[in-house]
Design a protein around this ligand. Structure first.
Ligand SMILES: Cc1ncc(COP(=O)(O)O)c(C=O)c1O
Length: 384
């Protein structure tokens, strides 16, 4: 018997090494990696600056505890707060834990319990974040959920206005629903959230776990819009592969997260924090975000051409370097066919192929990936 719980349907690929946009298996097959470890290795595999930062920290100290003043952690917090346009950072180890912190803080600061979230959302696998998630398949078999979440349809202002009331602690949303199939929030809908939350005294939490750290062509996706969250969460790309998450909030919220109110042994671990510093310094370099945005547009235009040539594509939804290709058939076969062709992609729901290339992807690599997608959509798949 395999000594791992079978929680993942694993691919038949064992990585041997990986660099930049490329991953080589133990069988010596080379794959162009448009998964980035599910939106994590945003600066490419084994990025040189991040490697150097981790190696430097490795030779100093690895872990103390959060009782100490940890310079590298403070630096990561300063850079992150500045990139996010907010003030205070709590470090966690994952996206779900960052969202847990946000949920706890919102409830404590408002002394209210209800959190409004959205159908098709994804916020994590812990008890609170699973309850926050608007997808039944994530919750099946786990008994009663935390009862304080209410779910409304994404981009539906009328439903949202009905749900937000004087008992609402926060509205929590993804700007682009990633796991839910790449659905982008509309400005008008964000305006309604702002109005409703300001009128009823509720906080706005934006889950930027998948959309953050440059993925959409800005440090955080909400920055494309006229929209001001009170709290955002980050993880995935923050450590480029080292496990670190963060909740970033307004300074007015700091008093509710005083000593003893929340914590994490590993949160803000110096090795992970050193990776985050290198990541943030890299993405905030002049021109870096603009280049990532340009590559996103290039990918979008190339994929649009594929749509013209095939009847297999029902819809194309992109935002920066996040792309969802909704097929007329199940996406799983296309994913496996692309693996055969040496391209790694993800799915999001049953029919959507999801592409999350690194922000450092080269234009020629985008061309190669799109050629492979075009090939399998025109040759291998048949409409069922
Ligand atoms: C939007 C969003 N929030 C939260 C999470 C959970 O993050 P983690 O798996 O690091 O707990 C994910 C993971 O896919 C995500 O996409």
């Amino acid at each position: 018997m395999n000594s791992l719980f079978p929680t993942y349907l694993r691919w038949n690929i064992e990585p041997e090494h990986a660099k930049g946009s490329w991953l080589t298996s133990t069988e010596g097959k080379e794959y162009l990696d448009f998964t980035s470890g599910i939106g994590v290795t945003n600066l490419g595999h084994c990025n040189d600056q991040v490697t150097e930062a981790i190696q430097t920290q490795l030779g100093k100290f690895w872990h103390t505890s959060n009782m100490f003043l940890i310079g590298v952690q403070q630096k990561a917090a300063d850079l992150l707060a500045e990139a996010a346009g907010l003030d205070c950072v709590f470090f966690s180890n994952s996206g779900a834990e960052a969202n847990e912190a946000a949920i706890k803080l919102a409830r404590k600061a408002t002394t209210r319990n209800k959190i409004v979230t959205f159908h098709n959302s994804f916020h994590g696998r812990t008890f609170a974040t699973m309850a926050a998630t608007g997808q039944d398949k994530i919750k099946t078999g786990y008994g009663p959920m935390l009862p304080t979440f209410e779910y409304v349809s994404f981009n539906d202002s009328a439903e949202l206005l009905k749900a937000v009331d004087e008992d609402t602690a926060a509205v929590m949303l993804e700007i682009v629903q990633g796991e839910g199939g790449i659905h982008v929030a509309q400005q008008e809908f964000l305006n309604t959230i702002t109005e409703a939350c300001r009128a009823k005294g509720a906080l706005i939490i934006v889950d930027e776990v998948q959309t953050g750290i440059g993925r959409t062509g800005k440090p955080f996706a909400y920055q494309h819009f006229d929209f001001k969250p009170d709290i955002i969460t980050s993880a995935k790309g923050l450590g480029n592969g080292l496990p670190i998450g963060a909740m970033i909030g307004k300074k007015e919220l700091a008093e509710y997260f005083g000593p003893g109110s929340h914590g994490s042994t590993f949160g803000g671990n110096p090795l992970c924090a050193s990776a985050a510093v290198a990541v943030l310094q890299t993405i905030m370099q002049p021109g870096f975000m603009e280049e990532a945005a340009k590559k996103g547009e290039y990918l979008q235009n190339a994929l649009k051409k594929v749509m013209e040539d095939t009847k297999m594509v029902k819809d194309l939804r992109t935002f920066g370097l996040m792309a969802g290709i909704e097929l007329n058939v199940e996406a799983q076969q296309a994913l496996l066919d692309l693996q055969e062709q040496g391209l790694l992609v993800l799915t999001a729901g049953p029919n959507v192929l999801r592409l999350l290339p690194p922000l450092t992807v080269e234009y020629a690599e985008i061309d190669t990936a799109v050629e492979k997608i075009s090939k399998i959509l025109s040759e291998s798949l048949t409409v069922s």
